[in-house]
Design a binder for this molecule. Structure first.
Ligand code: HEM
Length: 393
């Protein structure tokens, strides 16, 4: 990285190299100042824990209303998605999600999730070697979450690629963003068709959105945007968490031994995984006024600000020895699910699924071994794997 003035950098955080291993860059940018102007893409970057948390808690200054993507095409197309709104409209629409995803509402499905995870773990133990992304991590999101949404069985596999395209399409002007456009157009068309044909199982989460639309509570674009909130947000994020857990435990067998000897550490392990390998690395906001963050970092009004959950979760100012994977750390205040009015609406479900997988594997598996080179899924927003060959003993 070369810097020109103290709070300016020409680093390209969206290059293959930076996406493969962003952490040294995050550290350099955190050390540079509380906000750094990234000249390559005309963005301000906030990466320290304290400033990221404050920005997420202050929607009146750091607004989502002009979109959380880094290009106008994305922000215009998905203006009706919950994530791209400010209160009061966002508060109202968010209720449609939180009612169905609260811990109480999810209690009846917990047993099903545990059963499916148990069966999956038993099958994988019999197989021994498999791909932890396609054979393990994708299973619960594709089957359990899609069942809860009430998504038609056919077409679920296509959604995986389209959802990854959605995240990429939120990136800055660059070839990766451009390449995602056809996938996103296909996703938009697919969601519109499902809404128009009312092709959702009555009683599922998606059906609630359809009913709200039919009752005149939300326009058709609103129903499509909200439905995207389920199918997009629920896939890559949870798949990434489960894949990263396998990668981390394979590289830290002592932490796996600890989890096996104390299964009550599963919730703490989940928090540590989302902290250290945050599935969503960055999103953005727009400033509604000039903001002085100290140390000479003055962000003008109307600026596009990239905030990094991934960088904040590795900030040594907040988490001692942040690059160390330690399931006893239990970082309950990590920012991997965001913070404030947009904090993840589906985290209860992500928790249920990942807990179930970790519990089922810890009860059966002594050791997780990588059997080939992991392949990263490079994405403008998310961090995960395309393939992760493993053997379990
Ligand atoms: C480990 C898995 C997950 C992670 C790490 C994650 C992360 C996040 C983050 C960081 C945000 C905040 C965005 C912002 O600040 O603008 C968010 C929002 C959201 N997430 Fe998740 N998510 C996960 C799973 C899920 C699941 C399973 C669902 C749905 C069933 C979901 C639905 C949503 C929705 C609807 C929002 C937007 C909330 C709003 O704008 O008010 N997420 N998520």
């Amino acid at each position: 990285m070369t810097t020109t003035t103290p709070l300016t950098s020409d680093l390209d955080l969206f290059s293959d190299e930076a996406l493969t291993d962003p952490y040294p860059h995050y550290k350099a940018l955190r050390d540079l100042g509380p906000a750094v102007h990234l000249t390559r893409h005309g963005l301000w970057f906030i990466s320290r824990y304290e400033q990221v948390r404050s920005a997420l808690g202050d929607w009146e200054t750091f607004s989502s209303g002009r979109g959380i993507g880094l290009n106008d095409g994305f922000n215009d197309a998905w203006g009706s998605a919950l994530i791209n709104m400010d209160p009061p409209a966002q508060t109202e629409q968010r209720k449609l999600f939180t009612d169905r995803l609260s811990p109480r509402a999810l209690r009846p499905v917990a047993a099903d999730i545990d059963r499916r995870a148990d069966q999956l773990a038993a099958d994988l133990v019999t197989r021994g070697s498999f791909d932890a992304v396609t054979d393990l991590a994708q299973d619960l999101p594709v089957h359990v979450i899609m069942d809860l949404i009430g998504w038609p069985t056919e077409g679920r596999d296509q959604l995986l690629d389209m959802a990854a395209g959605w995240f990429d399409s939120a990136g800055p002007a660059c070839p990766r963003t451009a390449a995602s456009v056809p996938k996103v157009e296909a996703l938009m068309g697919y969601l519109a068709e499902v809404v128009a044909k009312e092709n959702l199982v009555p009683g599922g989460f998606g059906w609630t959105l359809l009913e709200a639309h039919k009752a005149g509570q939300i326009p058709v674009e609103g129903a499509i945007g909200l439905l995207a909130g389920y199918v997009v947000a629920a896939f890559d994020t949870t798949i990434s968490t489960i894949s990263s857990s396998m990668w981390l435990f394979a590289r830290h067998p002592e932490q796996w031994d600890l989890l096996r000897s104390e299964p009550s550490l599963v919730p703490a392990a989940f928090n540590e995984i989302v902290r250290i390998e945050s599935p969503i690395q960055v999103f953005s906001r727009t400033t509604t006024r000039e903001v002085d963050l100290g140390e000479g970092a003055v962000i003008p009004a109307g600026a596009r600000v990239l905030h990094s959950y991934g960088a904040a979760n590795r900030d040594e100012r907040h988490f001692p020895d942040p690059d160390r994977f330690d399931i006893r750390r239990n970082p309950v205040d990590h920012l991997g699910f965001g913070y404030g009015n947009h904090a993840c609406a589906g985290q209860g479900l992500a928790r249920l699924e990942t807990h179930a997988v970790l519990k089922a594997l810890a009860a059966r598996v002594q050791r997780i071994e990588l059997t080939g080179e992991p392949v990263r899924a490079l994405n403008n927003i998310t961090r995960g794997f395309q393939s992760l060959p493993v053997r379990i003993h």
